[in-house]
Design a protein around this ligand. Structure first.
Ligand SMILES: [Zn+2]
Length: 270
């Protein structure tokens, strides 16, 4: 449970952090992106989603929240789109590593990088670099918790769509204008049946959506910037999604706590 007076690292003094690490040495680094989310959702959607999930997890478990990253790494086809500010993979990977290294100096032993944006290409590289240094790091992308129809969604989560817009309506409705929402999308360069979309359960013969150059650059391909069906979105679906994701992350935190005492690092070292 939360014992410190504020949720976030940046709101605490050094001494308050050093006191709190005696209660829990698990820290979550929420990472989002600055990316256009169609005509109806804000460019900070992924950032706000990461904050919303992380705050709810910290409220239930007491884990530390590291200062979040509003910029994210992006696949090649996101670049050059107005409203989107991508960080290169090398920069982003280096940033993630430096943040975890810095936080570990205060005594944190277990880290969860919680991403609300598709940036596995940098989170996985960062996690492996940190693993070689002996750090215990889990990386999560929130849409992975939506697979196998665990929610009431009618469409698999992609971008500024039913899922993301529902979460936006639940967490930050003041930035959403549903009168501007349009259902839209592009045409993949090979048959869509081979591609596992975010939020879609994998079947044999399918490739993960970041395993290929499946799409033309978005600034050429997309009219609205939406990929999916935001017209199906509602606040109630968003609440279900957020609660499912938070439950899952809390379960992971509880598992770590059941296996390792505070101050004990899981044996990642050689
Ligand atoms: Zn998004």
């Amino acid at each position: 449970m939360l014992k410190r007076k504020h949720l976030w690292w940046q709101e605490l003094t050094k001494d308050e952090i050093l006191e709190d690490v005696k209660n829990t040495d698990i820290a979550i680094l929420p990472i989002g992106a600055t990316e256009q989310h169609g005509p109806h959702c804000p460019c900070g959607s992924d950032y706000f989603n990461a904050l919303g999930l992380a705050e709810k997890v910290a409220g239930r478990t007491g884990v530390m929240l590291l200062p979040p990253l509003p910029y994210g790494a992006h696949p090649y086809h996101h670049w050059y789109m107005p409203g989107t500010i991508p960080v290169g993979y090398d920069t982003h990977t280096a940033l993630l590593c430096d943040i975890i290294r810095g936080a570990s100096q205060a005594g944190y032993k277990k880290f969860i990088i919680l991403s609300a944006h598709g940036q596995v290409a940098s989170t996985l590289v960062a996690m492996n670099k940190l693993g070689l240094e002996g750090h215990f790091v889990l990386t999560m992308h929130w849409y992975d918790f939506l697979r196998d129809n665990q929610t009431d969604l009618e469409t698999p989560m992609v971008h500024a769509d039913e899922a993301e817009t529902s979460v936006a309506l639940y967490l930050y409705p003041q930035y959403v204008d549903m009168s501007k929402a349009v259902d839209d999308g592009g045409t993949p360069l090979i048959d869509a049946k081979f591609q596992i979309k975010p939020g879609m359960a994998a079947k044999p013969g399918m490739m993960y959506h970041f395993e290929g150059t499946f799409a033309r650059p978005e600034y050429l391909e997309l009219k609205s910037g939406v990929i999916g069906t935001p017209s199906l979105a509602c606040k109630e679906k968003g609440e279900v999604i957020v609660n499912k994701c938070v439950d899952y992350i809390v379960e992971v935190v509880n598992d770590i706590n059941s296996r390792y005492a505070v101050g004990e690092k899981p044996p990642v070292d050689r």
